[in-house]
Design a protein around this ligand. Structure first.
Ligand code: 5RP
Length: 218
């Protein structure tokens, strides 16, 4: 199977976790795009979705799925999203698509985070994938300097502006043995909006697609 076929297999497995009559939290990325396409077939079973990016909102709307404002929502039973890396404790690096801040907000509201990945995303130690950090534009150089103190080399993502009007620094060279501590440290740097470590609130379920099918790990 190709990597995209594996992403699709993981994404379709997540449809089993949808709660009838609920609003579904929806992440961002190529794996999630398969999930959104699958969700279209279950449209009549859900009230709608809360989305983590303009791109996902547009795809949901194109399928006729109503997109709700998170501020009007009391609770979200399930949030489905991909990851760039996930470790054995279900801590993740996310933000390859630059949607990390909204993803973290929607994940924070949700009761259950279902992570959908192809098997290449599973790692022993996070950090080979450069860690995305969303930054207020005027703080870019300051934040890059502070990140160097933490052992990482921060490179601005060229030509990219987030849905929130900010910039992304991709941080190379980190070996993240304590993801919770690093997530907190980076968020303490003035000018950081958030970083792509999802460790304090990691995934609850991992649907990992490999050559032998989709493993369901909790
Ligand atoms: C976007 C994300 C994505 O979930 C992550 O980059 C994985 O993307 P893909 O499913 O395309 O491999 O965090 O900000």
């Amino acid at each position: 199977m190709t990597q995209d076929e594996l992403k699709k297999a993981a994404a379709l497995a997540a449809l089993d976790y949808i709660v009838d009559g609920s609003i579904v939290g929806v992440g961002t990325g190529s794996t999630v795009n398969h999930f959104i396409d699958g969700l279209a077939g279950l449209r009549s079973r859900i009230r709608g979705a809360v989305s983590s990016s303009e791109a996902s909102s547009q795809r949901l709307a194109a399928h006729g799925i109503e997109v709700f404002d998170l501020n009007g929502i009391e609770s979200l039973p399930v949030y489905v999203d991909g990851a760039d890396e996930i470790d054995h404790g279900f801590a993740m690096i996310k933000g390859g698509g630059g949607a990390l801040t909204r993803e973290k907000i929607v994940a924070a509201v949700s009761e259950r985070f279902v992570c959908i990945c192809d098997a290449s995303k599973r790692v022993d130690v996070l950090g080979r994938f450069p860690l995305p950090v969303e930054v207020i534009p005027m703080a870019c150089t300051h934040v890059a300097r502070e990140l160097r103190r933490l052992g990482g080399e921060a490179k601005p993502r060229a030509g990219f502006v987030t849905d929130n009007g900010n910039l992304i620094l991709d941080v190379h060279g980190l070996s993240i043995t304590d993801p919770v501590a690093l997530e907190r440290s980076i968020n303490q740097i003035v000018g950081v909006v958030t970083n792509g470590l999802f460790a304090e609130r990691g995934a609850d379920v991992l649907l990992l697609a490999g050559g032998n099918g989709v493993e369901r790990l909790e």
